[in-house]
Design a protein around this ligand. Structure first.
Ligand code: NAD
Length: 504
């Protein structure tokens, strides 16, 4: 496989590297210590962004601004209708800048531009959905506690929320958190990945333009240890919502425990697509190719394990390989590209090593297996590993690259055992025309989402999140705003209480 990267496309996409600043208390600012970062496009091998990076002092400034905005600013106190109006305006401004934002995500993360456009449109839709929820958030009342008592349960914003996001869906993932926190009346400190910060800065510009009061959304740029860890440890932060690796997620939960913060975690996955012989096999083949190679496999939801019935395994794999060979790997800025670049050279090495280790464990490489590195960046050929056994690392651990592991089964119970053998529980797919088989699998697997005869669709209306070590809590869905609120119970007594504790 050869790579053809047209430098003209990148020139069109950027007018030289822009330098991005942080947003603290409504003002654009450099860090107090003067740290700097830069991003080399993984698909083009040249510097495309420079950033002002922050440190503990900037986290302190941002948290103080968010705290002030929470206690004294208008945002938590204004009508939900007015908050919703800001979210709706934000969605319109995202739509207006869709192409620019999509290009930033494509050149910084290496994802295909056509896919990035879909993500930005999807993000705008989520902002609109959050606006609708802002107006329906409500508490409860209890008029059944006796004639002189009325119990009221208010939903109050949780307070200052730290939002930490990864590099694989930079603009989409912040949209799964920030609009719901804002809809609830919270104030926020946001940290994007240090590798893909540009689109989150553009979101900050949009929020200011949409009329978000200063201090309500602060954006601090920088690394996990220099910025993220302080956003988790700070005493004045009430909640941390984090999307990233299970390893950092666990450390984050531990650190947040020191001050008993509320936590929401969206972590890794090792998701199975289980295919039965009675399925529409053509549709299943296409979904298996999509599931394994979408976003170059750098996707928490990747269908990185195919659990295929022995009776159809040979034909299915032949059809899979034929289709996979037609997947266009290449320049993220080419409209026809389906698999773009790998995030860093180090990550490419990790993916390649996972394949080498699998072969050392006794598995075979049926397709691909090697990376493509050149001055134009780093890419990985779509890869299929067959003969995978349940105890191999490739069957259990997240590779986070375009690598499919194939396991075979004969009985439903065996398929279920294979599906659940990992520590993860994010999502699964089942392919069968038989309602009993589909229902048995869908109800048995321990994952937060199950797709039946489809894969990786997403809707703001449907909750998303993981069981087991894939996370804590759910994003999206009708409870998404409630998750950024606290219940406060108020008991109203009619007249003074007359049952004395100490009798006169
Ligand atoms: P990562 O855990 O390395 O980093 C995620 C974020 O945490 C980044 O912003 C990083 O700077 C920050 N961070 C790093 N160390 C930190 C620390 N000590 N304290 C606070 N913050 C810290 O993850 P990544 O490599 O950016 O993303 C890939 C991972 O994210 C994969 O495991 C993937 O499965 C997961 N992911 C999960 C979902 C989901 O919804 N479940 C979605 C996308 C990605």
């Amino acid at each position: 496989m050869t790579l053809h990267i047209d430098p003209a496309r990148l020139d069109e996409a950027t007018s030289g590297p822009r330098r991005y600043q942080m947003l603290i208390d409504g003002k654009w600012t450099d860090g107090e210590v003067g740290l700097e970062g830069e991003r080399v496009s993984p698909g083009h091998g040249i510097v495309v962004s420079r950033y002002a990076f922050g440190s503990e002092a900037d986290v302190a400034r941002a948290v103080a601004a968010a705290r002030r905005a929470f206690h004294r600013g208008p945002w938590p106190r204004m009508k939900a209708a007015d908050r919703a109006a800001v979210l709706l305006k934000t969605a319109d401004l995202i739509d207006a800048r869709r192409e620019e934002i999509a290009r930033l995500d494509a050149i910084e993360s290496g994802k295909p531009i056509s896919q990035a456009r879909g993500e930005i449109a999807g993000a705008a839709d989520i902002w609109r959905y959050a606006a609708s929820l802002a107006r329906t958030l409500h508490g409860e009342s209890y008029a059944n506690l006796g004639d002189d008592m009325l119990g009221v349960v208010l939903r109050e914003p949780v307070g200052v929320v730290s939002i930490i996001t990864p590099w694989n869906f930079p603009f989409l993932i912040v949209a799964q958190k920030l609009p719901f926190a804002l809809a609830a009346g919270c104030t926020t400190v946001v940290k994007p990945s240090e590798m893909t910060s540009a689109s989150t800065v553009v979101l900050g510009e949009i929020l200011m333009q949409a009329g978000l009061p200063e201090g309500v959304c602060n954006i601090v740029l920088g690394t996990g240890p220099e910025v993220g860890a302080h956003m988790v440890a700070h005493r004045d932060v009430d909640m941390v919502t984090f999307t990233g690796s299970t390893r950092v997620g666990k450390a984050t939960v531990q650190a947040a425990g020191a001050t008993l913060k509320k936590v929401a975690m969206e972590l890794g996955g090792k998701n199975a697509q289980i295919v039965f012989p009675d399925a529409d096999l053509e549709a299943a083949v296409d979904a298996a190719v999509f599931g394994a190679f979408f976003n170059a496999g750098e996707c928490c939801n990747a269908g990185s394990r195919l659990i295929i019935h022995k009776a159809v395994a040979k034909d299915f794999l032949a059809a899979f390989e034929k289709r996979a060979a037609r997947v266009k790997v290449g320049d993220p800025l080419d409209d026809a590209t389906k698999v773009g670049a790998i995030i860093t050279p180090e990550h490419l090495k990790k993916i390649e090593n996972a394949v080498v280790d699998a072969t050392a464990d006794g598995a075979s490489v049926a397709l691909g297996g090697a990376g493509l590195t050149s001055a134009a960046g780093q890419y990985m050929t779509p890869t299929v590993v067959t003969g995978v056994k349940p105890d191999m690392a490739i069957a259990r651990e997240e590779v986070f690259g375009p690598v499919l592991s194939v396991l075979e089964f004969e009985r439903v119970e065996e398929a279920l055992r294979l599906a659940d053998l990992t520590d993860y529980g994010l999502s699964a797919g089942v392919w069968s025309r038989d309602i009993d088989t589909a229902m048995t699998v869908a109800r048995s697997v321990r994952t937060g989402t199950v797709w039946v005869n489809t894969f990786m669709d997403g809707y703001p209306e449907l909750p998303f999140g993981g069981m087991k070590q894939s996370g804590i809590g759910r994003e999206l869905g009708r409870n998404a705003v409630e998750d950024f609120s606290e219940a406060k119970t108020i008991q109203f007594h009619r007249g003074p209480r007359t049952s004395w504790w100490v009798e006169d």
